[in-house]
Design a protein around this ligand. Structure first.
Ligand code: SAM
Length: 304
């Protein structure tokens, strides 16, 4: 394949190089801004999952000329330096990284938090979506602790059947939430972005308290109060004199008809274990041996 074939196939890849962006993703943030004006009045921003750094470049170019600009960029991977951008190498789902970001905002707040985090895609849709949602949760925990009221949060999500639930949950923290697909994001990709504006957490909401993940010292839920403490009732139902499901009773119960064995009313018609009936003894032994080998390999790699 010729050197220029990707330039031909992907216009944003080509334009990114022409305009000096480290990645084509720069256009996604620029297009989100065209629609939602996310940089208006912003001097302090956090870029989560920032490498190789095109979103940080956008932030630096768009905020750079003002006074007191602060841009903090975080990624698992090392990132080549960018003027005016504080860089942290760390995992955004870890307490230590969240704490390090927050130290840069001590007594101060960010106007904007962006997160373009994506896992290394495995191709297993459930697994990829799960990891993506963990990144979003990590980003949201950090956001709740550093974003100023009225601020904006932009994050990558994978489109899926639970998106309505997610946007409704975000609406408890932000006045406006949109799901956005910039035209530079490939249609073949399941990515889209949530643009959450006007951060308005409920009164007395204390993210440090309700996210023990960020406040290891405060894992004692009994110390939480007010809006930060939600107690879901644990309800026992059934008569107190009803049979106890953990007790072994004699077959012949007092005052009842003589005990008589009865087969189950309706056994499963295609139980998952039924295929073992078709296997020969040697095949079963072979499977068991294979499983033991796998378990041993996993165990020894974890132990080393
Ligand atoms: N916005 C970036 C840009 O414009 O250059 C591109 C981001 S790239 C699509 C996704 C990034 O997420 C990768 O650099 C990856 O290392 C980072 N990432 C994935 N999981 C992470 C985690 N748990 N903590 C921090 N960064 C993470």
């Amino acid at each position: 394949m010729g050197k220029s074939s990707k330039d031909k196939r992907d216009i944003y890849y080509r334009k990114a190089k022409e305009q000096g962006w480290r990645a084509r993703s720069a256009f996604k943030l620029l297009q989100i801004d065209e629609k939602f004006h996310i940089f208006d009045g912003v001097t302090k921003a956090v870029d989560l999952c920032a490498a190789p750094g095109s979103w940080s470049q956008v932030l630096s170019r768009r905020l750079g000329s003002q006074k007191n600009v602060k841009i903090v960029a975080v990624d698992l991977q090392p990132m080549s330096p960018l003027p005016g951008v504080i860089q942290i190498q760390g995992d955004i789902t870890k307490f230590s990284t969240a704490k390090e970001i927050m130290t840069h905002f001590e007594g101060d707040h960010a106007d904007l938090v962006v997160c373009d985090g994506a896992p290394d895609v495995t191709g297993l849709h459930c697994m990829d979506t799960y990891i993506q949602s963990q990144l979003l949760l990590g980003a949201l925990h950090i956001t709740c602790n550093v974003l100023k009221p009225g601020g904006t949060f932009v994050a990558k999500i994978f489109r899926g059947k639970d998106n309505d639930l997610l946007t409704n949950q975000l609406l408890t923290l932000f006045k406006e939430v949109h799901v956005v697909k910039p035209s530079s994001s490939r249609n073949s990709s399941i990515e889209s972005f949530v643009v959450c504006q006007n951060y308005s957490p409920p009164e007395e909401f204390n993210p440090k308290l309700i996210t023990p993940y960020l406040n290891i010292a405060n894992k004692d839920f009994s110390t939480l109060e007010g809006i930060n403490r939600t107690i879901i009732p644990f309800v026992v139902c059934g008569d107190v004199s009803a049979f106890d499901s953990d007790t072994t009773y004699p077959l012949q119960l007092e005052g009842e008809e003589p005990y008589q064995y009865r087969p189950p009313v309706q056994p499963p018609i295609a139980p998952p274990y039924s295929f073992t009936d078709t296997l020969k003894k040697e095949e079963i032994e072979h499977c068991v041996q294979k499983m033991e080998d796998v378990a041993l390999t996993v165990f020894s790699s974890n132990a080393s």
